[in-house]
Design a protein around this ligand. Structure first.
Ligand code: 3SL
Length: 232
């Protein structure tokens, strides 16, 4: 039987053997939601990089760039981290360089995995169906916030575990924790998350519509997959 595990923060990644695994990188608010939207709306590719410096190099090389730090658009770049920014027609067919506080760093730290894909509520069922077709063990990597676990990424990991639990054995107790969280929150995730740290942070930036949208399941049937350093 295939195994599934949940890594609650990239800081725990050194405890995981990623070889041969498929990693689902999760940053519900908002990096992996933005990546899903971008690919669904016709962006050709996203080059995820961990640092602002690497992203600036991509800008200098002619790419459109997206950069977020602490929830805000970083100065000197073209796009911030709202999913609605990625629905614009001028981005169709473009490749975007992207850096965010936690999401792109989580991708960079997953490089040893056999395959890296991007998950969000927006493509939840498509991700579950895709994993179902693969023989690999799976690690659900929650990007968290600056090394700490967070509620929204763990919630999404629990939603995936709920869809996959009949086909996988649990490698550790983390999938159980994530699923229990999801079961207690699934009827009203927005209310459940209202006391969470990142939702409070984003509310202070007036980003309520982003939060609601990022918690909406199954809006798209695309899965960004990392190939040669580019999400396509
Ligand atoms: O941490 C990240 O990668 C971002 O998604 C954070 S934010 O939602 O843009 O604040």
């Amino acid at each position: 039987m295939k195994q599934i595990d949940v890594c609650l923060s990239p800081e725990l990644l050194h405890l995981f053997d990623m070889r041969g695994k498929v990693v689902v990188v999760i940053d519900i608010l908002r990096a992996t939601s933005c990546m899903t939207v971008a690919m669904a709306h016709g962006v050709a590719g996203i080059i995820p990089v961990a640092s602002l410096e690497e992203c600036m190099e991509l800008k200098a090389a002619g790419y459109i760039t997206a950069a977020e730090r602490d929830g805000k658009k970083a100065e000197g770049f073209d796009i911030g981290n709202s999913p609605f920014s990625y629905m614009e027609s001028y981005l169709v067919g473009q490749t975007i360089g992207m850096t965010t506080t936690n999401g792109t760093t989580a991708i960079a730290r997953s490089r040893e995995a056999e395959q890296i894909i991007v998950g969000s509520f927006l493509n939840l069922t498509t991700v579950a169906e895709y994993l179902h077709t693969l023989p690999n063990d799976v690690v659900l990597l929650c990007s968290g916030w600056k090394g700490m676990a967070n509620a929204e990424d763990t919630l999404y990991a629990g939603a995936l575990v709920a869809l996959l639990e009949n086909e996988y054995s649990f490698a550790t107790d983390a999938p159980i924790l994530a699923k229990v969280l999801y079961d207690s929150a699934k009827e009203d995730m927005l209310t459940f998350l209202s006391a969470s740290s990142h939702v409070s942070r984003l509310h202070n930036l007036n980003i309520t519509e982003d939060i609601k949208f990022c918690l909406t399941p199954d809006q798209y049937s695309v899965i960004p997959v990392l190939k040669d350093g580019v999400l396509v």
